[in-house]
Design a protein around this ligand. Sequence first.
Ligand code: C2E
Ligand code: MG
Ligand code: MG
Ligand code: MG
Length: 291
Amino acid sequence: TAKQRGKANWVRYAAGMEKPAQAAAQLGGDLRRALDAGEFSLVYQPIVSLVDGRTIGVEALVRWNHPERGMVSPADFIPAAERTGLIVPLGRWVLRETCRQAAAWIAEFGPDVLWKAAPNVSVRQLHDPDFVADVRAALADSGLPADRLVLELTESAVLRGHQVLKVLHELHDMGVRLALDDFGTGESSLSLLRAFPAAVVKLDKSFVDNIELDEEGSAAANARQAVARAVVQLADALGLDTVAEGIENQEQADRLRKLGYTVGQGYFLGRPVDAAAFTARLVAQRKLTAA
Ligand code: C2E
Ligand code: MG
Ligand code: MG
Ligand code: MG
């Protein structure tokens, strides 16, 4: 019968499959279903001037509101989405949604209020032959000017492959800005800066953690300060903007400011929030500025 045949097929299929691959395939299927079902959303974290406290940009971070598991962190599903290739349609959605939302905020609050909108992009997307066209379409459809879009790429993502570099230069030529995310954690931060048309360097949170605990004997904190200082000096010399990530208290903000950082991001400056809460933040800022 059909049922028996189906079962036999299933057995053969399952037996020939490695367990992790099976799990990944299942998660991949679940991700596909979730994308079609509209279970993904974005939260927005402010990127803030350390000089006057104003919001000058926003990073878009994806969330998965799973019907049974609740909110799933990107750390738990981005790797699977990369493995299964679903990151391509998911990333396309993130890109389009970020552009749409940023254009709406600029329309509501004026072009001087923000700024830059920064979605994260996986290397897998850079290898997709349609990526540049997708970016161009996201900009055209939303009306967001290209120079307001900052694509965040991790160092590991920016392989030196000719193809990837060609894509990055095409984006650069369109006026789109590129940020090196988690800077300092990769194996080739410095050599990368030569070939990569970056506009922004984001100092990784691991160099910000405990950076305020200096003097009395913390060699580790002193080393973090040395790295943080070297990165901002290098960025200045190369004409790149910087963002210090993962700032959790006033002392860290003060310390980074003294080291030369003028822009930061972190729970102390603002947690990632949904679009409505981010709008409220911009309304409050507008009132302050008007007063
Ligand atoms: P990331 O791009 O470096 O994003 C910063 C992460 O640090 C976010 O976690 C953010 O919520 C968190 N964070 C910000 N400030 C603080 C702080 O002061 N303290 C602490 N402890 N954490 C802070 P999230 O949202 O869980 O994202 C984790 C990573 O997942 C991101 O790191 C990024 O690599 C990836 N990711 C997120 N959204 C996307 C996406 O749409 N596409 C792709 N490809 N990757 C994404
Ligand atoms: Mg990022
Ligand atoms: Mg980051
Ligand atoms: Mg990070």
